[in-house]
Design a protein around this ligand. Structure first.
Ligand code: NAD
Length: 483
């Protein structure tokens, strides 16, 4: 009998959905991994009613009690490390070692966010009027809608659930229709440790997310995904004026200015480019390199890319897993094929589907390095979201800066140099939310995470910034005497 995962509403699975969808293993499209019922409008309404009802008690829970519940939730998730890692690899595709690292990072970020439950302290500035004491306080915002993509099935949902709950909100989450399994394992942990209604899980695609975002019961929308979907959510929120935190795409650059050990730098850059088969918003996809190092760099990149083991993420030794879905693979193939037809472009390695004999139905793509491109070529301007890297030469640091800042994205970047003044220039002038000097683009678990321009709107997640989205601020003027 088919085992259908329903919506998790008020800690119960509801069997109402009529429309069924399945998830497929990207390493073997013949294998169905999960079967889910898509949320109906009634499910969405029930999720919001339940989350609204649960909000008051969760908000009013004394902070140490809320913190204790969140610690228990954390432990329940930690006890499911391996099932979570397997759920990631089986639906998303990344090597199991990367999935384990993703779960560990999500737990570390959660630990930081949960500790903030104890620190929502506010301020008490002196009043301007005689005898007055002023206060600045914060309150939880209310019901938060969380919409997440398919590339980090544990980390991204937890990045929203953890600060959301820590600051006293309730959450209605709609995970990606390609990778919902992990969120349901997190839902089980919530069922065992948190009051009903604090986390509600809805299954489905963009139509479910869109209906959720349009409800006036939603006080804040936290979204991670593509720029195009982010724009749709932005316009939907104009009706309800819900607060927004949008984390969107990137076209991230690594600038190699000089290096004592160029091959080691290239390895570091390729790590940041090809983890998760390049399907990371923070993946490096443009390598901007000083002209004198251009040939040497492309030679190193070709050598590193060609040696990587492409295969099923569950197979030991796999370094590059499959592309998560057929639509994404088609997008990558389309851009690379059109680039191949340009006379000036030079594909120095990869450029086609990878053949993995043991997995003939897998969505594999070869790590690909392209050079010789012009600034307006789509491989340079579009987010490809796959294992494809473009190498671009420059003559001086000001030209490098102009190339790096030429696109509307502004998520993250990396600069490699031993010259302090060059590092300072990039630190001050790169138009990205995050800047890494002399290492790849992996962020810390307690640092603000986000982008500027087309890469993000609203408060950054993680770190101290999250409080600005997950709470509202109140200023109070309080005289000492009687009226
Ligand atoms: P997507 O925008 O297609 O989908 C993301 C989520 O939005 C899914 O849950 C989807 O069901 C939902 N959705 C689709 N249409 C919607 C609508 N009209 N209204 C509301 N929700 C809707 O993105 P994806 O393909 O799942 O993920 C890849 C993209 O995500 C890339 O562009 C990547 O850069 C971006 N991303 C950004 C970050 C970041 O932190 N900046 C992190 C990961 C991924």
């Amino acid at each position: 009998m088919m085992n259908v995962t329903q919506q998790l509403l008020n800690n119960q699975y509801q069997a109402r959905g009529e429309s069924i969808f399945t998830t497929l293993n990207p390493a073997d499209q013949a294998e169905v991994v999960g079967t889910y019922s898509s949320a109906t409008q009634q499910d969405i309404d029930d999720a919001l009613i339940g989350a609204t009802a649960a909000f008051g008690a969760w908000r009013d829970l004394p902070v140490f009690e809320r913190y204790a519940a969140l610690r228990a939730f954390h432990q329940a998730i930690a006890a499911q490390r391996e099932p979570l890692a397997e759920a990631i690899t089986r639906e998303q595709g990344k090597p199991i070692s990367e999935s384990r690292a993703e779960v560990n990072k999500a737990l570390q970020e959660a630990e930081f966010s949960f500790s903030q439950a104890l620190q929502n302290t506010g301020a008490a500035p002196a009043g301007a009027r005689p005898g007055f004491r002023n206060l600045v306080t914060r309150r939880p915002r209310g019901v938060i809608a969380a919409i997440t993509p398919w590339n980090f099935p544990v980390l991204t949902p937890m990045r929203k659930i953890s600060p959301g709950l820590a600051h006293g909100n309730t959450i209605v989450i709609k995970p990606s229709e390609y990778t919902p399994a992990a969120v349901h394992i997190i839902g089980q942990a919530a069922r065992d440790t948190l009051p009903p209604g604090v986390i509600q899980i809805l299954n489905g695609a963009g139509d479910v997310a869109s209906a959720l975002c349009r409800s006036s019961a939603v006080k804040g929308i936290t979204f991670t995904g593509s720029v195009a979907t982010g724009r749709r959510i932005f316009s939907a929120a104009s009706d309800t004026l819900a607060a927004l935190s949008l984390e969107l795409g990137g076209k991230n650059a690594a600038i190699i200015h000089d290096a004592d050990h160029l091959k080691d730098v290239c390895k570091m850059v390729m790590g940041a480019a090809l983890q998760c088969a390049g399907q990371r918003c923070t993946a490096i996809s443009r390598i901007i390199v000083q002209q004198s190092l251009y040939d040497q760099t492309t030679a190193h990149l070709r050598e590193i890319a060609s040696a990587l083991q492409v295969g099923d993420g569950m197979t030991a030794g796999t370094e590059i897993g499959p592309i998560t879905n057929a639509q994404q693979l088609e997008k990558i193939q389309g851009i690379v094929e059109r680039t191949h037809r340009l006379r000036h472009a030079e594909i120095i390695c990869g450029g086609r589907r990878a053949d993995v004999p043991s997995r003939p139905n897998g969505l594999f793509y070869e790590p690909t390095v392209i050079r010789g491109l012009k600034p307006d070529d789509e491989a340079i301007t579009q987010e490809i979201f796959g294992p494809v890297i473009c190498v671009i030469p420059y003559t001086d640091q000001f030209e490098a800066l102009q190339i790096a800042n030429a696109l509307p994205f502004g998520l993250t970047s990396a600069v490699f140099t031993n010259d302090f003044s060059v590092a300072r220039l990039f630190m001050e002038r790169l138009n990205t939310g995050m800047i890494h000097i002399n290492h790849g683009t992996a962020p810390d678990s307690h640092m603000p995470f986000g982008g500027i321009n087309d890469s993000g709107v609203g408060a950054y997640s993680v770190g101290d910034s999250a409080i600005n989205f997950y709470t509202t601020e109140h200023t109070i003027y309080m005289p000492s005497g009687r009226v």
